[in-house]
Design a protein around this ligand. Structure first.
Ligand SMILES: [Zn+2]
Length: 162
């Protein structure tokens, strides 16, 4: 028996002001996207912003529904919009942030497993990694270089052939 370990790496910046101008601007686009959140049930707004290779920015937010499973996370709203309308323009970076009046957010929120799987599909479609900025307003920013950093055991078809 061999015990193995997988380490994942990400960068932590103490505030958005430590980021490059481009990354900071994208985090602020995610903040703007909070305004379009439809979250009357959780009171938990999530905003996402995609920076495309062309320079275009796409904003999205979480969209809840009275039939709870019918709602969708901001990340998937963003990436499905990209897939449907902009798939020829690669996603370079995605910024995600959250806001609620119910409690204080002290660290960035991280994406759910379903959103990570959709990010992985985006990387596969565009054949390039997707950087993710997880931004806590008034807190740190975590920068993750590609979905493999979140999901080291991600399912790939090539694993079937070995
Ligand atoms: Zn999600």
């Amino acid at each position: 028996m061999t015990e193995r370990q997988i380490n994942i790496a990400f960068k932590e910046y103490t505030s958005v002001d430590e980021l490059s101008e481009a990354d900071k601007a994208l985090c602020l686009e995610a903040v703007k996207a909070l305004d379009t959140s439809h979250s009357p049930y959780s009171h938990f707004k999530v905003g996402a912003a995609l920076q495309l290779k062309s320079g275009k920015v796409l904003r999205a937010s979480n969209q809840e529904n009275v039939a709870y499973p019918s709602g969708l996370c901001a990340e998937r709203v963003a990436l499905f919009n990209w897939g449907a309308n902009h798939a020829d323009d690669a996603v370079v970076t995605m910024a995600v942030t959250a806001q609620t009046n119910d409690f204080e957010l002290l660290k960035p929120i991280t994406s759910c497993g379903a959103c990570l799987q959709v990010m992985a599909e985006c990387e596969k479609m565009q054949n390039s990694p997707l950087r993710v900025l997880l931004y806590c307003i008034n807190g740190p920013v975590w920068v993750v270089e590609g979905v493999q950093s979140f999901l080291p055991f991600l399912f790939f078809e090539d694993r079937l052939t070995h």
